[in-house]
Ligand binder design. Structure first.
Ligand code: AHM
Ligand code: MG
Length: 335
């Protein structure tokens, strides 16, 4: 073997998520390690779910169950599996006092009343896409509880604005699997190396381009949108922007984060509050967008300023490159 070849094999592989988390901890003078452990719990569940998704066609876990979730939507097998994977990892990890999951009407009390953190999560977003081998995601927020530790978590611990997030993050199960999150010091992306079973830092300090050429929306709903949104979509076409809509919000958001673009899920006549859920779909993406230099709005106010009233409430959402979101607001508010 030549020296050159030897060098290739002895290069460092990179910074693991664990090492990054430990280093990041030094930013918080009073950090005692619980949040780091919580992030590791999420990463562990993500690895297990990643395996389940990759094998889904072989082990018969595609398809629909005969139950519905709180939204009245039919549950896929993977919805239930993902919910179990994440809630178990968070409960056993011990750092989460309660969890709000898209898949469960009730709050999940973990029994860890001494824990400081609350997690809101959509365990698998866009799950119907698994059946057709298209990307899906997990999306989550972490809040610090307001009530004293050692007591039963309260409503006020959950219904906090997006500005109170300690962490906003997602996992994208795509052509590679990535964990992207922010703790308020920029956005970092980690790519999963399956043969080593580790996430490695691959996208440090991600920034969304100020402007972009992509708009992502379900235009099949065009005639159910308000006139302002229709006008903005006409503008996108006049500008010859490219339309890209995976139907998995994390995939659409991630592409726009890397390349510049705007994602919209506006109110429709049938769903005046839009489709997406504020606490575990809109808030984490809004926090990441803001930390990456982008913007997120419901058409009136910043997503991060909405005071939640119920844990499964929905919100219209427009998120992405700053200038694109500002332009959308300008056109929408002309009406
Ligand atoms: P889900 O949580 O039931 O999977 O719904 C959320 C998903 C988003 O990922 C996606 O952008 C959107 O719903 C697609 O909805 P539609 O089919 O109405 O365009
Ligand atoms: Mg969802």
């Amino acid at each position: 073997m030549s020296r050159q070849n030897l060098k290739r094999f002895t290069q460092p592989v990179g910074v693991t998520l664990d090492r990054f988390i430990e280093k990041d901890r030094s930013r918080y003078p009073y950090a005692t390690g619980e949040l780091s452990q919580l992030l590791r719990d999420i990463a562990l569940a993500a690895k297990i779910l990643n395996r389940d998704i990759n094998h889904s066609g072989l082990i018969g876990i595609e398809g629909v169950l005969d139950s519905e979730n709180i939204q009245g939507e039919s549950q896929k097998m993977l919805d239930v599996i993902a919910d179990i994977r994440f809630s178990r990892a968070l409960r056993i990890g011990g750092e989460t006092c309660c969890i709000v999951s898209e898949e469960r009407d009730e709050v999940i009390y973990t029994g860890n009343d001494d824990a400081k953190y609350v997690v809101t999560i959509d365990p698998i977003d866009g799950s119907s896409n698994v059946n057709v081998n298209i990307s899906t995601g997990t999306v989550f927020s972490i809040f610090r509880r307001k009530s004293p530790t050692g007591t039963t978590p309260q409503q006020e611990d959950i219904l906090q604005t997006g500005r109170h997030q300690i962490v906003g993050g997602y996992i994208l199960y795509g052509s590679s699997t990535m964990l992207v999150y922010t703790t308020g010091y920029g956005v970092n992306g980690f790519t999963y190396e399956p043969s080593l079973g580790e996430f490695y830092l691959s996208h440090p300090q991600m920034q969304i381009p100020e402007n972009g050429k992509i708009y992502s929306v379900n235009e099949g709903n065009f005639y159910d949108f308000d006139q302002g949104i229709r006008d903005y979509l006409d503008y996108c076409k006049q500008q010859r922007l490219s339309a890209r809509y995976v139907g998995s919000m994390i995939a659409d958001f991630h592409r726009n984060l890397l390349q510049g673009g705007i994602y919209l899920y506006p109110a429709t006549q049938q769903q005046p509050q839009g489709k997406l859920r504020l606490m575990y779909e809109c808030l984490p993406l809004a926090y990441i967008a803001e930390q990456a230099g982008g913007l997120a709005t419901n058409g009136t106010i910043d997503i991060l300023d909405i005071q939640p009233e119920s844990r499964h409430q929905r919100s219209p959402m427009i998120v992405g490159s700053k200038k694109m979101v500002e332009k959308a607001l300008e056109i929408i508010n002309e009406k």
